[in-house]
Write a protein that binds this ligand. Structure first.
Ligand SMILES: *Cc1c(COP(=O)(O)O)cnc(C)c1O
Length: 381
């Protein structure tokens, strides 16, 4: 039924496949029967397989069982849900926090709840697919502004006659690794009476000592921002949350369809995330270690003259001229013992190999990567 469509995808070199592992991922990953150094994961602190212990999980299982059984608004919530929300609010410095089943589900649920049909949404041109879908699901008009361009955004806000305005941006952009000017966006939103929504999926556990973009930019009262964060990246688990003012949380509980009409998260997943937050709060070196590796990779890439675009974080694109160059570079790295997949359209406009750096990488992992890239350049391909 779909063979023509599939052939078209293949012809463009854009055919994708699911790769399933037989073992956990961490510093190393097994792909196609080979153990490779893993530069592909969003598990930036290595908590996904090296975090919470089996005994701790067992305890939660004995206490609450595995499945939640129902939506949070019926009977699906547990004390662990509330405990984690309290910890998240403290971690983010907000009055409240509210859990969602994933980052995707948070964006497609919360954005429509915040933006009714008399609202205009101003969305960065490089925002994540889940934000784009959230904008589409709302009945608001969406205005796309130039990437991280505060002047362009200001002009677009001022020429809008919408009664309510919502500005949406990622903090660390997931494919380019640059940081949005959150403090400037916040100032502009206050001046223009707009609400700011920050998708801090990649900033949580990385920026601001782990507390995310608002802490990084020293925003003193983040309660009038709506911050989304995920439990699935640095926190090594699964799920997501919004941290904001208590009244906004109460409004979201009453309006977000992906919260009201979907089963609550299993409490064991939440215990894992709680454990991760406590580790970050308890030891500053966790985040410092990550930043040491990030700086080493950036220095090395600069010395090699690699084009890493605007990246200033743990996410580093190695920008390529076309799809086949990106595939070749990824293949070369794989032969050198490194897993870093090529990212192609429609995920990004410009093909690239996306590196993600983790606190669990060793100095010699970084050296292996840089040596492999040097050989790639020398080969002239
Ligand atoms: C990964 C990601 C999401 C989705 O989070 P999941 O928990 O994986 O569903 C949302 N926004 C951004 C920017 C992301 O990178």
């Amino acid at each position: 039924m779909f063979s023509d469509d599939l052939n078209m995808i293949r012809q463009k070199g854009l055919h994708r496949q699911i790769i399933d592992r037989a073992a956990p991922q961490g510093r190393l990953i097994e792909i196609g029967g080979c153990m490779l150094v893993n530069f592909s994961s969003n598990d930036y602190l290595g908590f996904a397989s090296g975090g919470v212990s089996g005994a701790e999980i067992r305890e939660i299982l004995d206490e609450f069982g595995f499945g939640a059984g129902a939506s949070r608004l019926l009977s699906g919530g547990t004390l662990v849900h509330g405990q984690l929300e309290e910890a998240l609010a403290r971690f983010k410095g907000t009055e409240g926090a509210l859990l969602f089943n994933s980052g995707y589900v948070a964006n497609i649920g919360v954005i429509p709840a915040l933006a009714s049909d008399e609202c205009a949404i101003f969305s960065d041109e490089l925002n994540h697919a889940s934000i784009i879908d959230g904008c589409r699901l709302s009945r608001a008009r969406t205005v796309v502004y130039r990437h991280c361009d505060v002047d362009d955004l200001r002009a677009r806000i001022r020429s809008s006659d919408a009664v309510r305005k919502l500005v949406v941006s990622e903090s660390i952009f997931s494919m380019d690794g640059d940081i949005a000017p959150i403090a400037d966006l916040y100032r502009l939103c206050r001046a223009e009476n707009a609400l700011l929504y920050v998708d801090d999926a990649h900033g949580t556990g990385v920026l601001g000592g782990g507390r995310g973009a608002c802490a990084h930019f020293g925003i003193r009262d983040p309660n009038d921002i709506v911050q989304m964060g995920t439990l699935s990246k640095s926190l090594g688990s699964f799920g997501a949350f919004v941290a904001t003012a208590a009244e906004t949380v109460e409004y979201l509980v009453n309006t977000v369809r992906t919260l009201i009409f979907s089963t609550a998260l299993p409490p064991v997943l939440l215990a894992g995330a709680l454990h991760s937050i406590r580790r970050i709060e308890g030891d500053e070196k966790v985040i410092e270690g990550l930043w040491e590796r990030i700086r080493a990779v950036h220095r090395g890439l600069e010395a090699l003259g690699m084009d890493k675009g605007r990246s200033e974080t743990q996410i580093v694109p190695l920008l390529c001229e076309g799809v086949s160059e990106a595939m070749n570079l990824s293949e070369h790295l794989r032969r050198e013992g490194i897993y870093a997949p090529a990212i192609r359209p429609p995920s990004v406009q410009r093909p690239r190999v996306r590196l993600s750096i983790s606190a669990v990488h060793s100095e010699s992992d970084v050296q292996l990567l840089l040596d492999a890239l040097r050989r790639y350049r020398e080969r002239g391909s």
